[in-house]
Design a binder for this molecule. Structure first.
Ligand code: FAD
Ligand code: SF4
Length: 470
């Protein structure tokens, strides 16, 4: 069926709302919160798109997905074509449709957003990607490429590594991924909880890669199990995408008390090891009535919503600025609030207090006010004199950020790093060592899934050029 609506008819369609699990039910389980659009809703939403000549949405997408084209095919109910267009541009569309901050990227530049609500590009991406996953028989497979005889090793199986591996395999190179953990996906699996990104989505994306011939070896810590020098002699090129998972500590008294977690440890225990979710999990986690999370980004939001699901009656988020400055996605903040999370804003921890036998019992906090803007453009928080107060908490989770883990880079002394330990690269994603490329969080510091994927895509193209020259 062709999609022949006039502009006026398109303009009269209202933006679809994402169906969700009710908050009282979901705040006690790990089921996915967003349920996905029905076919009718997706087609209707696709018909809101104006097919603009000046495609703001594409300019706003870090990997340049052909957004109007895949939406047009969906509006005409040509789903195989829509899926083909989407997958051509984006290696992990079912992931991006769920976790990308579309409100600050493609949707922020959608023409329909000028006078009303932008097209729900993320919801449509998710719909088409999920449809493609459940209808593989209706999609044309890529022709197997001729083998080039060249080999590439990818360090890390997060979004940067997975994307690079897929692109390189498509070009006919033999690709091996070495992953330190016992499972794939990086932050997608150990960081982002199942209520936002179900694990079977990652499993299916990874299965597509292994079907393309990518070899994945888990439990290989590059820098320990094998060195970069050894990889250089065994492979024709290296792509380092080991992320930035080293916690930034609060550096306040009491951080060594029992019941204090770094966000990545807390999330990894729950997401990767099933701690606190299954009675037979061999990895313990401390659950308490009051659990406090410090930070204001997506990681903090994931921790506090997880704490709530583990049974905390008071799952609290402490942030030193106000809600308007929180870097977390608007949707996460909305969902957290609906689920009963307490927002303790304009508050900074000064110390973690404990019992005589070393368990966390409370946070000593200071009330803050906002002063003039700092280097980031956000108003600087300042402590209000005499505002000290105590907040009872049996668990404290530090979610203020992460940095580069030196485990790999400290064994590759000739690799140039910046002062934060991130790998320095040139315009073609290549480090100072010929044939050693890098991308994702290990280069950028903490960033986003789609930016890491964009790095993986560009690195794959640069590696291909390098291998052809070699
Ligand atoms: P990672 O995803 O960190 O993957 C790196 C991989 O390398 C890991 O699997 C790691 O185990 C492996 N590795 C590390 N060292 C070694 C070694 N020495 N040898 C072998 N393997 C190694 N972004 C969004 O866009 N939307 C969100 O909603 C969002 N939510 C987030 C929530 C949390 C809790 C966190 C922590 C981040 C979130 N982000 C989000 C950011 C996003 O997930 C990251 O920017 C992205 O995952 C970076 O991708 P990467 O491939 O560079 O690294
Ligand atoms: Fe469609 Fe919005 Fe992109 Fe225009 S800017 S083509 S309306 S998604």
């Amino acid at each position: 069926m062709s999609n022949t609506l006039s502009v006026k008819e398109r303009m009269s369609i209202e933006r679809v709302a994402m169906p969700e699990l009710p908050a009282d039910l979901r705040s006690r389980n790990f089921e996915e919160v967003n349920l996905g659009l029905s076919h009718g809703q997706a087609v209707q939403e696709a018909r809101r798109c104006l097919q603009c000549k000046n495609r703001g949405c594409v300019a706003g997408c870090p990997v340049g997905v052909s957004i109007p084209e895949f939406i047009d095919a969906l509006a005409s109910e040509e789903l195989p074509r829509s899926a083909q267009i989407l997958r051509r541009d984006n290696a992990l569309p079912a992931v991006c449709g769920r976790v990308c901050p579309q409100e600050t990227q493609c949707e922020a530049l959608c023409v329909r957003g000028i006078k009303g609500e932008p097209v729900a590009i993320g919801y449509l991406e998710r719909y088409v990607a999920d449809w493609a996953m459940s209808h593989p028989e209706l999609l044309q497979g890529d022709q197997a490429p001729a083998a080039t005889g060249k080999s590439v090793v990818v360090v890390g199986s997060g979004p940067a590594g997975l994307t690079a591996a897929g692109e390189l395999a498509r070009l006919g190179h033999a690709v091996t991924i070495f992953e330190a953990l016992h499972d794939t996906g990086g932050v997608l699996r150990y960081g982002i909880p199942e209520f936002r990104l179900p694990k079977d989505i990652i499993d299916r994306e990874v299965a597509l890669l292994t079907e393309q011939g990518v070899v994945i070896e888990c439990n290989v810590i590059v820098g320990k199990t094998v060195t970069i020098a050894e990889l250089r002699s065994d492979f024709d090129a290296i792509f380092i995408a080991n992320g930035a998972g080293l916690p930034v500590m609060l550096n306040i008294p009491g951080e060594n008390l029992k019941g204090v977690y770094a966000a990545n440890e807390f999330l990894t225990r729950v997401n990767l090891m099933d701690a606190g979710r299954r009675d037979d999990s061999s990895t313990p986690i401390i659950k308490r009535r009051e659990m406090a999370v410090i930070g204001g980004g997506n990681t903090a939001m994931d921790c506090v919503r997880t704490a709530r699901r583990l049974g905390a009656e008071r799952a609290m988020i402490l942030y030193r600025r106000s809600e308007a400055e929180m870097p977390a996605r608007v949707e996460e903040i909305k969902h957290a609030r609906e689920e009963g999370v307490e927002f303790v804003m304009l508050t900074a921890p000064a110390a973690i207090l404990g019992t005589a036998d070393g368990w966390v019992s409370a946070l000593r906090c200071l009330k803050m006010e906002l002063g003039s803007p700092d280097e980031s453009g956000r108003r600087r928080p300042q402590a209000i004199e005499g505002s000290e107060f105590e907040l009872p908490a049996g668990v404290v989770i530090d979610a203020i950020g992460t940095g580069a883990n030196p485990l790999l880079t400290s064994t590759a002394h000739d690799l140039f790093l910046n002062k934060s330990g991130n790998i320095l690269i040139g315009s073609e994603e290549e480090s100072n060592i010929p044939g050693v490329f890098a991308g994702g969080d290990i280069v950028r510091g903490g960033s986003t899934v789609i930016l890491a994927m964009g790095d993986g895509k560009r690195a794959a193209a640069a590696i291909d050029k390098y291998l052809k020259r070699k």
